[in-house]
Design a protein around this ligand. Structure first.
Ligand code: LLP
Length: 431
């Protein structure tokens, strides 16, 4: 990232678009998520520039962060939405994304969700199994519409990412083997209520080298040629998401604690994909999630206690696995620093843990860290994607507020939950 990155330390204090995180944390309750509109718009601009003049469209993967106000930023810049449920469809529509800009993926679409999507006249279903395909045909017949589909193909390519977020291997539940897709393509020609528009492929997430994308691009190219040889029509190729971000060296200062991950830029990624698929004469659909938003948000948390046991030092903070589950679920690394004076000479090895009653409730383990005191504020970086969306009420904990800094102003974009919210789903039920 350049020196102008909107989330940065200035005179030893973390600022987001010029606003001091410390001063905000003095005014509002912690923990909270804080996003930079300038950073998000910067990513959007980058993708638009890199795709300029190409027959390509971006469908933001709503699962990365479904905050309505953030969805509106994507909608306003003309991005569509990649959704995986009726709930995400509902939110995308609320954010003003029209059905014609929505793609529906996922292995377990229920009929009621399909109907909802058909009513919204979405652009296409990314079909994950023959059974789903036949069900869509039946539904199209019942509703008297022709259902546009892409077939999600599983190319059996290793994305070299965490096993839980690899999706394009044979053993994964996602997509269909190429033979099955060719077969469905053939069948679709005799069917009246489905229309095959193209193929979809998504091999995994947090991919940090070009190699898997190269293999995938080459593979898809050959596959599209094979479909065409067999008489199938391919108008669009949806290349999914998956571009990884740098979780280590997001900031220009202070320097990363260890070597930066070898992360691919959106420009290089797009160039790689396009180089394989350009002359196929298809529309390219991209579905980035993380790459658009991960590094545009932080989780701000307070040190409640410093607990020294002799063998370990625990910084017990007020954000837990229910606010950010990535470290626990994927052993993911998130950079964490005090928001003030992070470059202290006194350092120690700490575990940064939350208040949840699970030993897996940690944000960092055995991390070299500046010595901090109770009450200090820490920032957990790269918390824009797959953070607040994966939040829960476990242990009776309330989901935190989300703020957006736009044009130097702090805007509440989702309030913190209250104890009353814990009663909402009992409404109308007698005890
Ligand atoms: N398209 C499809 C069909 C997907 O399944 C996904 C992500 C995306 C696009 C967006 O991928 P991205 O560009 O964000 O890599 N919770 C995990 C990540 C799960 C990703 C699931 N699918 C994490 O925190 O790392």
């Amino acid at each position: 990232m350049t020196k102008q990155f909107p989330i940065r330390y200035s005179d030893g204090e973390l600022t987001v678009d010029g606003v001091s995180v410390r001063s905000l944390a003095e005014k509002v309750d912690t923990p909270f998520f804080l996003y930079s509109q300038a950073a998000i718009l910067g990513q959007i601009r980058r993708w638009k520039m890199a795709l300029g003049g190409l027959p390509a469209r971006v469908f933001y993967a709503v699962k990365a962060n479904d905050n309505l106000h953030l969805l509106r930023l994507f909608a306003a810049s003309g991005f569509g939405a990649d959704i995986v449920s009726g709930g995400e469809l509902f939110l995308a529509r609320k954010a003003g994304i029209p059905g014609k800009d929505i793609l529906f993926a996922g292995v377990g679409k229920k009929e009621v969700e399909m109907e909802m999507a058909l009513r919204e006249q979405i652009l296409a279903f990314n079909v994950e199994s023959p059974a789903e395909f036949y069900r869509l045909n039946q539904l199209g017949k019942r509703l008297g519409v022709k259902v546009p589909v892409h077939f999600r193909v599983n190319p059996d390519i290793d994305p070299k990412s965490h096993p839980y977020i690899s999706t394009g291997l044979k053993k994964n539940k996602f997509g269909m083997d190429p033979g099955t897709v060719l077969n469905l393509y053939r069948q679709s020609r005799g069917m009246s209520f489905v229309e095959a528009h193209g193929v979809h492929v998504h091999i995994g997430s947090q991919i940090t080298s070009l190699e898997p994308f190269r293999l995938c691009g080459q593979w898809v190219r050959q596959f599209v040629q094979e479909i065409r040889r067999q008489g199938g029509i391919v108008q669009s190729v949806d290349v999914g998401g998956g571009l990884g971000v740098d979780y280590h060296g997001v900031l220009p200062w202070p320097p990363p604690e260890r070597e930066m991950e070898n992360v691919v830029t959106p420009e290089d990624y797009i160039e790689e994909i396009v180089s394989h698929l350009r002359d196929l004469n298809v529309q390219l659909f991209f579905e980035p999630g993380r790459a658009l938003i991960a590094n545009s948000g932080i989780l701000v948390t307070r040190v409640e206690y410093v607990k020294r046991t002799g063998s370990r030092t625990f910084l017990i903070v007020d954000a837990g696995m229910n606010d950010l589950i990535r470290p626990c679920l994927y052993q993911a690394y998130h950079r964490i620093l005090p928001v003030v004076d992070p470059e202290r000479s006194e350092r120690e090895i700490v575990d940064i843990v939350g208040p949840v009653c699970e030993s897996s409730d940690f944000l960092a383990l055995e991390r070299p860290f500046p010595v901090v005191q109770e009450g200090e504020i820490l920032a957990v970086f790269s918390a824009g994607a797959y953070a607040s969306v994966l939040g829960s009420n476990y242990n009776g904990r309330l989901r935190p507020a989300e703020y957006l800094i736009s044009d130097g102003q702090v805007r509440l974009i989702r309030r913190a939950e209250t104890h009353e919210d814990l009663l909402r789903r009992y409404e109308g039920i007698k005890f």
